[in-house]
Design a protein around this ligand. Sequence first.
Ligand SMILES: *Cc1c(COP(=O)(O)O)cnc(C)c1O
Length: 457
Amino acid sequence: MSFLKKIFSGEQERSEESVYSTDKPDISRQKSILLYQKALKYFPGGVNSPVRAFKSVSGTPLFIQKGDGCKITDADGNTFIDFCCSWGPLILGHNHPSIREKVIQTVQNGMTFGAPTELENELAELILKHHDYIEKIRFVSSGTEAVMSAVRLARGYTQRDKILKFEGCYHGHADSLLVKAGSGLVTFGETSSAGVPKAFAQETIVVPLNDRQAVQDAFNQFKKEIACVIIEPVPANNGLLIQDADFLTFLREICTQHKTLLIFDEVISGFRLGFEGAAGYYKIFPDIITYGKIIGGGLPVGAYAASEKIMSNISPEGNVYQAGTLSGNPVAMSAGIAQLTELLKMGFYKDLNSKAKEFSDAITRFAATNNYPFKVFNIGSIFWFAFTEREHIRTASEINSQSMDKFKVLHKELLNRGVYLGPSGYEVGFVSAAHSKVDLEKAKRAVFESLDVVFRH
Ligand SMILES: *Cc1c(COP(=O)(O)O)cnc(C)c1O
């Protein structure tokens, strides 16, 4: 315990154990704790990406040893039905045989060449053939890199500097996008990370989601200065803030009217809502689209794509510079090809999405029957556990931050019942093709029991 106390000197993390009693004993974390102790010596906060540190839930991170299908096993041998799915890439579940085999086959010929390979053509063709509104693509190695490059392209193409983003959307950790709404009537954003120059935030306008007037006002104020409007068409990084289709249509129209480029950041929604992502789902087409997560089949791949006219501005054809030592890496391309090939099979999304909807609806019904202020929002195979009585949550400000205390209990109860959610109440969950009806039935029961514990207190 003294070790845990040392890590969690924050007050929130300490109090909770004594307040909530549980029916289930806590899972053993001995080995994970030892590994975490060691990791703390090597990495800031013991991790290589912040949310993994379990700061907003109980205990310390589980160190994962293996994954198979919808299940993961940690260092202590605990097995969980996994709804984090590596934060989205694993739409086929863990260790899918066709991805594994294709990767092994490619690795046998070497890891990287820094020269073109046929595999890049193959993945590009798989994507472009099924998306009418994009003609050329550039592969990079992460979602952050894809978005950062797309914004530079928009600025280069329009020869304008300002960008407009929405409060409650996450676009990776590029400087211009680590900006949140300013206070009061200030139009410019404030940096949301130390180390981002104020001057950068001045070029980023931040407005609430689903608010036409705010967007209109920004365009009135900065008529010919806005290079791009960037949005997650299905905002899924700060809860699941499903937008009105009308709002997205409005964005399309106002961008066209002002010769501003519309960027859909589909790093999560791409190949998730359907093969054509949110753009295909809403039939609203952006000027530039960004991909990540699913496109790499579990290996690091991102991409941005647009019309030939816009993409011709990228070097070496044009003067917007962007490059990458490992861009289009053959092993990563192989994983992407294998994954996307599976997704194109008949009925894939229909089956997956209906499983996710059934799972989400059953939990929402259970909560309603018991008068628990709790809902599961769902679109495609993305879901979000929300402690709310609202019919919809469309903006960041509608999320009840106090409810995160309840999420903390829910998360712990679920771990004790063999269900793994991402360790933050602001994160969405994913159903993969590997979650069978039986797995989902088990998970549902675990959620019901856990909700009973949460709301009994
Ligand atoms: C995950 C994500 C990113 C960042 O991608 P990384 O691969 O983590 O750099 C950007 N935009 C959206 C919408 C994301 O979900």
